[in-house]
Write a protein that binds this ligand. Structure first.
Ligand code: FAD
Ligand code: SIN
Length: 543
């Protein structure tokens, strides 16, 4: 075999919660390659704070979790997916604990008695968020990476960037279209390798970096959605981008989330003048679902001409705050904010992609041999707005189900000889500036015109700009040796285009998609998912 070729049973793209958990569960069935574009722990998962929502208390019920999920989802959740995922959640939590995950326990119980310390977040009617203080994601990555360390059937390729799926169509094979493998850039060597497998699992996470302000780390550039779209796989509901209401506002803080759990423990959103304005917007006030809180903050900031609002938890005791939110306390202190004494300056920022690659709850896509799990996928759980802390849960349940499903499949061997990648060979340093410029322009256009509050005119303006950028990228892409920056900007432009197109397709406001031209829900759209397929007009699917 050429040193540029690799053969595996399963190729997993991404080492967040979805990719790692799937790999562990699939490894007894075959050789797994995990391909990840940076360090193995670098992922959205690693920054998750609030926790994982699941029913583990006697005072709670699956039925209540279902109701809360569907209420947040503004009528668009797929009931079967919701029921299946939430019902299987508690078993996956137990499995995570058995694998070594350490969730926080209550500290106020008599000696010998043990219970999870369940947190509360927006839209939840009960305390049901399992967490590890305020660094849940870091603990998830630690536990899963430890569990797969030295596993004889799992190889991890760090700093390997997945570029493009290799399908029958691309190979010109006369057969039902399927996945045969993937081209991957080894970024340290600057060479493109060919990975071949019967099954590819897309677990590449979300696309927060398509917006100027985001809670997401740099890896979140929508690569998986863009790759799947280019391969002809349907993409659902991309208009539903979740903006988290409380991202730290500080000139030196690039992205730092202040978890919703702060509000769950009594934190109050206030204007800079101290007005508790959420009272005017929702009976749950500061703990209303995220779409409502983010929009209210946006409106108040515009009304007052202010650059941020406040989140105030100073009425709780300092020891409580420092013990429950140690990471937030220390990080804010480094920026000169003592959250036990001062309100925290906050702004909304792009946080989560509710839409994505269309899958069922086994992670299966319409393309044989391609699965998608985690944030990159759209199972129908989140509808028009994700309920807080349902994302890590969905990733666990669907990853597990996908690993179970592949046991039952008999997919033929992929084509024996996959052609090598053909690289452009021109790098003109004068042109590199175009990448940096386009990167900034995409993110600013999306923030200004496709943000929390939209209009038809703004969307159309954004569409024109993104189309121009796409054609520029299209022109120089074939001439360049691929680099991560070039690949990411191409993917970001594709994802931006998908978000705009999906938004233009939905003529109503629902959940996270709010447009001043149609400020109300249209009942006929209550059962319609937007669907985008390459080379076809945007449309909708009746759910
Ligand atoms: P990720 O964890 O994002 O992993 C994606 C992986 O794919 C990464 O390893 C990345 O490097 C890799 N990758 C991407 N593109 C490529 C490519 N082209 N080639 C190779 N590798 C690639 N959700 C909750 O439920 N509870 C929370 O408390 C919570 N808090 C959050 C806090 C923050 C700050 C953020 C940003 C998100 C939070 N979320 C939370 C959302 C949740 O963390 C994510 O939805 C979830 O972690 C996604 O997991 P994933 O495995 O699908 O993707
Ligand atoms: C948070 O901790 O506020 C984020 C939770 C989530 O995104 O589900």
């Amino acid at each position: 075999m050429s040193p540029k070729n690799r053969d595996y049973d399963f190729i997993v793209l991404g080492s967040g919660i979805a990719g790692l958990y799937f790999s562990l569960k699939a490894a007894p069935q075959g050789k797994v390659a995990i391909i990840t574009k940076k360090h193995r722990a670098e992922s959205n998962t690693n920054y998750a704070q609030g926790g994982i929502a699941a029913v583990t208390s006697q005072e709670d019920s699956i039925e209540k979790h279902i109701q809360d999920t569907c209420a947040a989802g503004a009528g668009l959740c797929h009931p079967d997916a919701v029921k299946q995922i939430l019902t299987e959640g508690p078993a996956r939590i137990q499995d995570l604990v058995d694998l070594g995950m350490e969730f926080s326990e209550r500290e106020d119980l008599p000696a010998g008695k043990r219970e999870w310390d369940l947190g509360k977040e927006g839209g939840h009617s009960k305390r049901r968020i399992l967490h590890a203080k305020d660094i849940t994601g870091r603990e998830v990555e630690r536990a899963l990476l430890q569990a797969i360390a030295d596993h004889p059937n799992i190889d991890i390729y760090e700093n390997y960037f997945a570029i493009e799926l290799i399908t029958s169509e691309k190979l010109g094979l006369q057969e039902l279209n399927r996945c045969h493998g993937i081209y991957v850039l080894d970024t340290s060597q600057g060479q493109v390798m060919t990975f071949r497998a019967k099954i590819i699992i897309m677990a590449t996470g979300g696309c927060g970096k398509v917006y100027l302000y985001t809670t997401n780390p740099d890896i979140a550039t929508g690569d998986g959605v863009a790759m799947a779209y280019r391969a002809g796989v349907p993409i659902l509901n991309m208009e539903f981008v979740q903006f988290h209401p409380t991202c730290l506002y500080h000139p030196k803080a690039k992205t730092f989330l202040i978890t919703e759990a702060v509000r769950g423990e009594g934190g109050i959103i206030k204007s800079q003048t101290g007005r508790e304005f959420m009272d005017d917007y929702h009976p749950l006030k500061s703990l209303a679902p995220r779409d409502i809180v983010a929009r209210a903050i946006d409106k108040e900031m515009k009304r007052e001409g202010s650059e941020y609002v406040h989140l105030d938890i100073t009425h709780k005791s300092a020891p409580f705050i420092m013990n429950r939110f140690p990471n937030i306390y220390e990080t804010c202190l480094r920026f000169g904010i003592d959250i036990t004494k001062q309100p925290i300056p906050i702004v909304p920022a792009a946080h989560y992609q509710c839409g994505g690659i269309q899958t069922n709850t086994n992670g299966e896509t319409s393309l044989t041999g391609l699965f998608a799990i985690g944030e990159v996928a759209c199972t129908g759980l989140h509808g028009a707005n994700r309920l807080a802390s349902n994302s890590l849960l969905e990733a666990l349940v669907v990853a597990y189900r996908a690993a179970k499903r592949i046991k039952t499949l008999s997919i033929e061997e992929p084509a024996p000889n996959l052609p090598p990648w053909e690289d452009g060979d021109v790098i003109d340093p004068d042109e590199l500036v175009v990448i940096a410029h386009n990167w900034d322009e995409i993110r600013r256009v999306m923030w200004d015109y496709v943000g929390i509050v939209r209009t038809q005119k703004r969307l159309e303006r954004a569409q024109k700009r993104i189309l121009n950028l796409q054609s520029e990228i299209h022109d120089y892409y074939p001439n360049f040796q691929v680099t991560p920056d070039l690949l990411e900007i191409r993917n970001l432009a594709t994802v931006a285009d998908l978000i705009i197109n999906a938004s233009l397709t939905r003529p109503e406001s629902r959940g996270l998609h709010y447009t001043l031209d149609h400020p109300n829900q249209d009942p006929t759209w209550a059962t319609r998912d937007t669907i985008l397929i390459k080379d076809q007009s945007p449309g909708f699917l009746i759910t």
